[in-house]
Design a protein around this ligand. Structure first.
Ligand SMILES: Cc1ncc(C[n+]2csc(CCOP(=O)(O)OP(=O)(O)O)c2C)c(N)n1
Length: 328
């Protein structure tokens, strides 16, 4: 893992201050449940196949749990990220998550997410995932502009990968968001690889965070394996956005433990790519009572196993759902 550091002092300190036991447990529970989904879905795909692609998020759950813990319930989430930690952290239940994953009527989109998930629930502030990478920035900026115009006090968070930081929409939207002081947080999960292309082989900058200086906004780089560190960085960015001071760019350094998709043989990666890896589940677990941590993990596994069984048994959607929720 690259050593995380503050790329722009304007971003403030990310020294890992203590958080309340309740917040710690909340983040740990999200990570444990997201990890249980990772493990259960991998077995499901091995045994039953899968109508689409599952993009594993193992190694990135801590960054997600920390980021969402810093958001208010009414804030807008636009995620790109891997695995199921984003909707889980923002309050979606296991039934709609696993229902969508298997393309069942019980999913959050009524089964339209099938395979490659596009979980969405505006009531929870989960605004969906843009499969056209880079579409997240202007849409999230639009939500932030709407919040600003309405004076609602909401903040939007746009999540993206290091590869997607190369899209033109990143720079165009950042320029306007910074100028208009939109209540927006750009949140990069930098796992150092985009499908099979390494970040260092294509990026002219050593970090994503330092790109913030071109737009005169804070840019901060943190260890994304440490949910608490991510929480503090995103909380600073969100507080700033809510106070009318505009956007920030937070870069969380994470590890993509699995392949780009479940089943990817990863022949393009060196054998020792996990040599310096620190598991985000273990990083936060060290701060929690061992008995409580064990119970949370066991409960997460049992809940996910039960929810997966129910999703498997759930009905497929009627073909007519394809015509629902469209504008034309
Ligand atoms: C505009 C666009 N180009 C290409 C793709 C295909 N694609 C899907 S995931 C991916 C890699 C994205 O890399 P990164 O942003 O680093 O995120 P990560 O997969 O590492 O989480 C690509 C190229 C896409 N979905 N949209």
């Amino acid at each position: 893992m690259a050593s995380p550091h503050s790329a722009n002092e304007a971003g403030g300190s990310t020294a890992t201050a203590a958080v309340s036991p309740e917040l710690l447990l909340r983040m740990f529970t999200v990570i444990a449940r997201a990890r249980a989904i990772e493990d259960a879905v991998a077995v499901h795909i091995r045994d039953h196949g899968f109508a689409g692609f599952w993009h594993p998020g193992k190694g990135q759950e801590g960054a997600v749990a920390g980021a969402v813990a810093a958001m208010a319930d009414g804030d807008y989430l636009f995620y790109q990220g891997r695995g199921a930690a984003w909707p889980l952290a923002k309050g979606m239940g296991l039934a709609p998550i696993l229902g969508d994953l298997l393309g069942k009527a019980t999913g959050s989109t009524g089964g339209k997410g099938a395979g490659v998930p596009h979980w969405a629930d505006p009531a929870l502030g989960i605004m969906g995932e843009g499969a056209t990478l880079g579409s997240v920035y202007p849409v999230a900026a639009g939500a932030a502009l709407s919040a600003q115009l309405r004076g609602s006090g909401q903040v939007a968070l746009a999540d993206f990968g290091d590869g997607t930081a190369a899209r033109g929409t990143f720079h165009e939207s950042l320029l306007e968001a910074a100028r208009w002081r939109l209540p927006l947080v750009y949140f990069c999960e930098n796992n150092g690889i985009s499908v099979s292309t390494t970040f260092e082989s294509v990026s002219p900058t050593k970090t994503i965070a330092e790109r913030a200086s071109a737009y005169g906004i804070p840019g901060i780089r943190v260890d994304g394996h440490d949910a608490v560190e991510v929480y503090h960085a995103v909380k600073t960015a969100i507080d700033r956005a809510r106070a009318g001071q505009g956007p920030s760019l937070v870069e969380a350094v994470v590890t993509r433990v699995g392949g780009h998709w479940e089943g990817d043989a990863q022949k393009y990666r060196p054998a020792d790519f996990l040599a310096d890896y620190t598991d985000p589940l273990e990083v936060i677990r060290e701060r929690i009572d061992p008995g409580i941590a064990r119970r949370v993990i066991d409960a997460a596994k049992a809940e996910v196993a039960q929810a997966l069984q129910e999703a498997e048994a759930a009905p497929l959607p009627a073909p007519s759902v394809i015509l629902e929720d469209v504008f034309a």
